[in-house]
Write a protein that binds this ligand. Structure first.
Ligand code: SIN
Length: 299
């Protein structure tokens, strides 16, 4: 006889933080917080260091009423670290690090950018660490982004399961995503260049449990869109483990969901989270811009 699955309980750890220039107001028990009391462009050096600490703690932050220009967005994101290679999108004219994600009201598509649970570009040998996203225009309802806290999900696995995962490497590849897009959209996927496309297919092995380079916090490094195998295992062996881990990490208790407003900026740490941008707002325009900050090799 199996036990009925019950909601996880115990330590969630997403408590608010207070700093000299701002404080945080948690969005959910699992993760995410609003940053209150500051304009992003006015954070001084200490404020930025505190802001990064808040990001590593909450995994996702959002700030209302910023209404950044492309130039302000790019300049502010540059303070988070060097920009990453973005495999899929190109920057807007004059601001090559600010990448548009726009769906027009009359567009209807079976697959949208970021529409499955994923961490950004893990098929790269050095995947992006931090992504920032701002909204200029959005639907009156729908278009909410959801995140999952993969560090919390790791802590809520049984010790035996955690030990089984330790030392395993996950193969992150875009091949399945390309095939799905091809099937749903009937055309070759847009990619920044040929080398990026080939790197996407080839993919990269990363530790399935990775350590955050700034805090040492351990996290599952998994992805529904890109995790395609486990080193040394057959696909029949690997798939149930990866499917279970994605289902485990994306359960309600480990997520937060953001209702966007025009002028809002959000950012997240790809080393500790997955996210999903939904395809549920046909008939409305959604205009977003994002940047990605370079990470290091996963350890
Ligand atoms: C993304 O995956 O970066 C996009 C998320 C969104 O559009 O909400």
């Amino acid at each position: 006889m199996w036990e009925v699955r019950v909601s996880p309980s115990g330590e969630f750890g997403n408590h608010p933080l207070h700093f000299a220039q701002f404080h945080t107001a948690p969005l959910a028990a699992a993760m995410g917080a609003e940053v209150v009391g500051v304009r992003l462009t006015e954070l001084d050096e200490q404020g930025l260091a505190d802001f990064k600490q808040a990001l590593y703690h909450h995994k996702m932050l959002f700030i209302r009423d910023q209404h950044l220009t492309h130039a302000e967005h790019e300049a502010w994101a540059a303070r988070l670290g060097p920009f990453a290679v973005d495999a899929y999108t190109q920057g807007v004219p004059g601001h090559r690090e600010v990448h548009p994600i726009i769906k027009e009201a009359q567009t209807s598509s079976k697959a949208l950018f970021g529409g499955g649970w994923h961490t950004d570009s893990p098929f790269l040998p050095i995947p992006p660490a931090i992504t920032t996203l701002r909204q200029v225009e959005g639907p009156p309802y729908g278009g909410d982004t959801t995140w999952a806290n993969c560090a919390l999900a790791l802590r809520h696995l049984s010790p035996a399961y955690r030990e089984m995962l330790r030392g395993l490497n996950v193969w992150m590849s875009a091949a399945n995503n390309f095939a799905t897009q091809e099937k749903l959209l009937g055309g070759a996927i847009q990619f920044a260049d040929r080398e990026q496309f080939e790197q996407g297919q080839r993919g990269t092995m990363h530790p399935l449990i990775r350590k955050h380079p700034e805090t040492g916090e351990e996290s599952l490094y998994i992805c529904d869109t890109y995790a395609a195998g486990i080193e040394g295992m057959t696909s029949h062996e690997a798939k149930p483990i990866l499917d279970y881990l994605v289902a485990h990490a994306t359960q309600h208790a480990f997520t937060c969901r953001l209702r966007w407003e025009p002028g809002m900026v959000a950012l997240w740490d790809n080393r500790l989270t997955m996210h999903l941008g939904p395809n549920d707002y046909d008939g409305y325009r959604r205009e977003m811009y994002r940047t990605t900050t370079a990470g290091g090799v996963a350890e």
